[in-house]
Design a protein around this ligand. Sequence first.
Ligand SMILES: [Cu+2]
Length: 261
Amino acid sequence: MKPLLFSAALAALAAAPACAHFQLIYNPEPNLERPGDVPLRLIFWHPMENGHAMDMGKPLELFYVFKGEKIDIGETLAPITFTGAQNGAAAFEAALPVKRNGDYIVGLVPAPYYEESEDIYIQQITKVFFNKGGIPSGWNEPLGLPTEIVPLNKPTNVIAGSTFSGRLLSQGAPVAGAEIEIEYIAAEPDMETNAVGEATVGPVPGGAIVAITDENGVFTFGIPRAGHWGFAALGAGPATEHEGKELSQDAVIWIKAYDLD
Ligand SMILES: [Cu+2]
């Protein structure tokens, strides 16, 4: 097991990009009180820099897990154009049908994206969490994805000023020594117009914010402000090639932090 973990960690470091792109599954509010369809926006973007948006291909898989049951919602996908601060890009809308109380974990397996500047494919396997009624029902369970980050704090109501920890898995096993990139949605997308809103923060000096997983695959980050925070492990997945080119198969999760006031 040790050599596998070691090589995965090396691959993650080697895959570190020049800029921090994050796959979003976005809705402003993860805590729900009523049943109904929750609209989602799938956007591949540079959310902390409020930067370049990339054209998404049709996702390979979109689903949610509720109390251990996996339900495909790929048929709700419809193409949209997301208008970022710099450009417009092909994105998708979808809907999460919420009925009973509990945790709804949404999982997305995007089509590999070809990044011309690096001559590689990128596939960011992404999870986001919704909860209805304040009743927990499995947010801390892995979904069995090729690679994923499993939260160790409830991801739907992290308090700004507290910490968030997660465990990085590849094929179900913890990945030690992996780089975790951390991002904040600086300008939240508008659900009506599919355009970017007003930026509330600028990028930090010195490039990406990074944590490293420990021997159990666990990382921790102090959450300094309310909003949507994303965590990405680049090259953590088992697939390393797509159509004859290098593939960075990444794990991404999103959490929502609130001010305690
Ligand atoms: Cu990028």
